[in-house]
Design a protein around this ligand. Structure first.
Ligand code: ZN
Ligand code: ZN
Length: 251
């Protein structure tokens, strides 16, 4: 048994024991048994592969949407699990504001299935980092809560040191697309000793306009990364992005 299988087994055993001692209730409907019951999973608006490879916008087939055609992309491809609404929204809130590790494990399982269905040859999994200040305020990085169990599932190393947020950015909430891009430009710095010639899987909770994940990917590419894939749990819907005054995205 390799190191990952052993760690993954121990991690899972721990969580199964917790579930046995304290049976969870579904965060969507309250039914006892699972944190997210199968009905609630099926009720989510799941990502469709007939979409833009860079932003997830709906297309007749997998390709590049009209808006992304004219933009520079540091990521090679984006995949996500489901739309940021309903039960998924509740799940993200539990992850982000309540440090719910059980939810992180459930979501990481689903993310692992997405990656396993691709032909991505990943060397390293990295969570999108928070600034030290933000991390100190929240006490943890929600993307790292996902990246760790995901790395165990995929038997791939995780690294949280090779990519850092070097200057404080304003909260992205209420910023439009242009402002978001300017807000995060140059906000990340990557260590060539860790990322050079590596294919990286960047993990985050929500993809909104892609400004943050592309800025992080740009830093990785500058430090010599071969390729950067982006994986998020949720994607903001077109109207949620539109609410933030970004150019309309058809999803
Ligand atoms: Zn449910
Ligand atoms: Zn697009």
């Amino acid at each position: 048994m390799d190191k990952f299988a052993l760690q993954a087994g121990a991690y899972r055993f721990f969580w199964n024991s917790i579930d046995w001692l304290f049976p969870p209730e579904c965060i969507g409907c309250g039914k006892e048994g699972l944190l997210i019951c199968s009905d609630c999973w099926h009720g989510m608006v799941r990502a469709n592969l007939d979409s833009c490879i860079y932003c997830g916008a709906k297309l007749p087939q997998r390709g590049v949407c009209g808006r992304c055609e004219h933009l520079q992309h540091a990521i090679h491809e984006l995949r996500y699990l489901a739309a940021y609404q309903g039960v998924m929204r509740t799940a993200i809130h539990r992850l982000k504001y309540e440090r719910d590790l059980g939810i992180a494990l459930e979501l990481a399982d689903m993310l692992a299935q997405i990656v396993q269905a691709t032909n991505w040859q990943i060397d390293l999994i990295m969570p999108v980092p928070l600034s030290e200040k933000r991390k100190a305020q929240r006490g943890y990085n929600q993307a790292a809560l996902l990246a760790y169990p995901l790395s165990l599932q995929l038997h791939l190393p995780e690294n949280t040191k090779g990519l850092v947020r070097v200057h404080e950015t304003r909260s992205q909430v209420n910023l439009n697309f242009q402002e978001r891009q300017e807000n995060v430009q140059g906000a990340f710095c990557a260590d060539p000793a860790i990322v050079k010639d590596k294919t990286i899987l960047l993990v985050d909770d929500v993809f909104t306009t892609g400004a943050t994940i592309n800025a992080a990917a740009a830093a990785l590419r500058e430090a010599g990364s071969k390729r950067v894939y982006a994986l998020t749990v949720a994607k903001a819907l077109g109207r949620q992005v539109a609410i933030e005054n970004a150019p309309a995205i058809d999803v």
